[in-house]
Each structure stands twice: as C-alpha cells, then as structure tokens.
Design a protein around this ligand. Sequence first.
Ligand code: F6R
Length: 243
Amino acid sequence: MKVTRVHNHEAMSAQAFSMVSALLEKRPEAVLALPTGSTPLEFYRQLVGSGLDLRRVRTFNLDEYLGLPGEHPGSYHAYMERYLFSQVNIAPDNIHLPNGMTPDPVAECLRYEEAIRAAGGVDMLILGLGHNGHIGFNEPGTPWSSRTRVVRLSPRTRRANARFFGSLAQVPREAITMGIATILEARQIIMLVSGPDKAETVDRFLNGPLAVDVPATALRSHPDVLVILDSAAASRVGNAIPS
Ligand code: F6R
C-alpha cells in the first residue's frame, strides 16, 4: 500500500482525477467503482470540468440506501445524477448502482455481484473513509470475506450522513453495500481522505493492528492501493509519509 500526502482537498482530488484520466486514456471502457459523500465532490467537479470523454466508461457505485427511491434527494442515485452523470456523456446503460427499492434485497445483491463479474471486474475503485473506519458501508466488525449484501448502518454513520437529509430520523437504517471481499477484488484502489476530523481514523487505519473493527485495515493486504491524504487528514501520522 502506498500513502501520499498532498496539501489540501483540491490537490487530493486533482491527483485522483489525473489517475482516472490516465486510466481512461489507456482503456476508455474501464470499469470504475465510485463513492458518494463529501470527500469525492471536488473530484467529480474536476472530472465534469475536464470534459473527458466518458462515453464508454462503466461505473458501479459502492453502495445505496435501502428503501429510498432513486428520485429521493438523499439517495445515492440522486447524488450521482446531480454531481456526475447528468453532466457528462456516460452512456446510461453503463451506470450501475444497487437498487434500493428492490422487493428482494438478497437477489439484488447477487445480481449486483454478477453484474460486476460480467463487466470483467473493477479496474479502479475509489473510496472514502468513514469516521469509524468503514469502507463502503462495511461497518466495524464486518468480516473481510463479506460480499455485496444488506447492512445495518451504525448510529455514528447515520449521524454523519444526516446532513444529506432533513433530520436524523429520515436517514435510512439499512443499505446495500459491496462487501470487503468485493472491494478487495478491484485491480487498483484509491482511497481519498481529507479533513482534520479523519486524522485519528487515518492513524488507526495506517498504524493500528489489522482488525475487523477498523474495516479499512483490510486494504493493507491489497497489492495496489494508493491512499491520498490531505495534510489535515495526515496530521496524526507523523513524518513516516512522504509529503
Ligand atoms: C459512500 C461510502 C462511504 C463514505 C464515507 C466517507 O459511498 O461508501 O464509505 O465514503 O462514509 O464519507 P464522507 O466523504 O462524506 O466523509
């Protein structure tokens, strides 16, 4: 695993953007796995602003809330539409998110795994880091063998995401997420972390023991991971990381 420290959120996003554009130059039909949340917003802004040709790219989102229709403004369908898909030339058939309104969540999770397999697997997976060390919606305690499935969101995650809803009560209690094993099958992983509120979690992720209670530590066993930290997120890890 490589870790790099950059000055700020914008530089973190720019590095992710340049890696994605280099990949798409070589392989315009690459399969990307994409996060939501605050962390990737500037990366999506740069991607949109670049005018990069995304016609052939294929995308799979990491997760979606269960029980929210795609039109709900808090859904990840709506988030992706707003910040990326409506502003680029990606083909609608190439966009994949778990269906949060499925009548059969178990079948939906199997379908999602199968769709990733049928696409040839994920070339580049981009991740954020939860305050509790989660990746996707794989909360502390998730086995590393986990695959796409329905999960219960921890109170901390629901509180952190309440800003996208009117109130905490409106944040769904369950989601569908790629599992940790699903994430680790991506050929290349980029984790983006910014802000001082993530510094302690970053320290546990990079320097603590490999442990299911910090799900991100699973990434340390993957052969091709780059963690891009802004200086605030890196503030607790000392000088071990090149700046
Ligand atoms: C979102 C996701 C989550 C977020 C994480 C960080 O699709 O899978 O793991 O990446 O909760 O969220 P932000 O970026 O809002 O701090």
